[in-house]
Design a protein around this ligand. Structure first.
Ligand SMILES: Nc1ncnc2c1ncn2[C@@H]1O[C@H](COP(=O)(O)OP(=O)(O)OP(=O)(O)O)[C@@H](O)[C@H]1O
Ligand SMILES: [Mg+2]
Length: 244
């Protein structure tokens, strides 16, 4: 069984069918891209996986556990983490404190009772910043970072609870080409311990880093497969050449 199994997920907003019965499987330690035209249901699907909202139909299982109606904190404890289109960095706090706060707020009450020493938290925080090239900015205010660096900070924060699956919705939106390339390089090492479901409009970026792709169109799966299979898919080419 895959790490994440989405089966027949449907979601309607005030009569508008955003998702019409979607299946997606994501293997552990794999990077899975969600692509498709604007309004095709990518963010709606990611939110259903994260528990931001619940599907009207279908099931979502994670690590063999049915999480379809579990609230987000339960999913976080099971190893799900997310970063959405809107930045959640606190601009008036230092880069260091943003990561520290994210790692302190993680986990259960039991985790807090076992709370780690100041030294452990410091080491974890600096490790996270180093991995995302932000160690030399630790004392700066997060609001002083470039847009791209703020996105990396947020990814570092999302990884502090050592998730098994990270969900990213358009992390390279608004980035320069150079920042996009760097983002790919920063994400790749995560694969050693964490799977990724990533929504992106930049097809070159997503093809470079993902193992498999699911293409949504009008709330349905148009096609899914390896990057090579999707690139060769006439159905996908039709949508991308005529509508995107
Ligand atoms: N909270 C909501 N209330 C009403 N309609 C919604 C809501 N969220 C999404 N929708 C609608 O559901 C459809 C799918 O939206 P969704 O945001 O999932 O698309 P998307 O594939 O992420 O698009 P984009 O590429 O533009 O981010 C759209 O028609 C959108 O307007
Ligand atoms: Mg979206």
């Amino acid at each position: 069984m895959a790490l994440l199994e989405v089966r027949g997920v449907a979601k309607t907003f005030r009569g508008l069918k955003a998702l019409g019965g979607v299946d997606v499987s994501v293997e552990a330690n794999s990077f899975h891209g969600l692509i498709g035209p604007n309004g095709s249901g990518k963010s709606t699907l990611l939110k259903a996986i994260a528990g931001v909202h619940y599907p009207d139909e279908g099931t979502i299982s994670f690590g063999g556990q049915d999480i379809t109606r579990e609230p987000p904190p339960m999913r976080a404890r099971a190893g799900l983490s997310l970063k959405f289109q809107i930045t959640a960095v606190l601009p008036q706090l230092s880069v260091y404190d943003n990561v520290l706060l994210a790692s302190q707020s993680r986990g259960s009450i039991w985790g807090l009772l076992r709370s780690r020493s100041r030294g452990e938290l410091h080491d974890e925080t600096m490790d996270a910043l180093e991995r995302f090239g932000l160690a030399d900015r630790a004392d700066d205010l997060a609001g002083e970072l470039s847009h791209g660096q703020q996105q990396w900070l947020e990814i570092a924060m999302a990884l502090t609870n050592k998730p098994r699956l990270l969900l990213l919705d358009e992390p390279t939106g608004g980035m320069s080409p150079e920042e996009r390339r760097a983002t790919g390089e920063l994400l790749m090492p995560i694969k050693a311990h964490c799977a990724l479901v990533i929504v992106e409009h930049d097809l070159d970026f997503i093809k470079d880093i993902c193992d498999r792709l699911t293409v949504l169109d009008n709330g349905r799966v148009l096609d899914d497969g390896t990057v090579a299979e999707i690139e060769a898919s006439p159905k996908v080419q039709e949508v991308y050449t005529t509508r995107v």
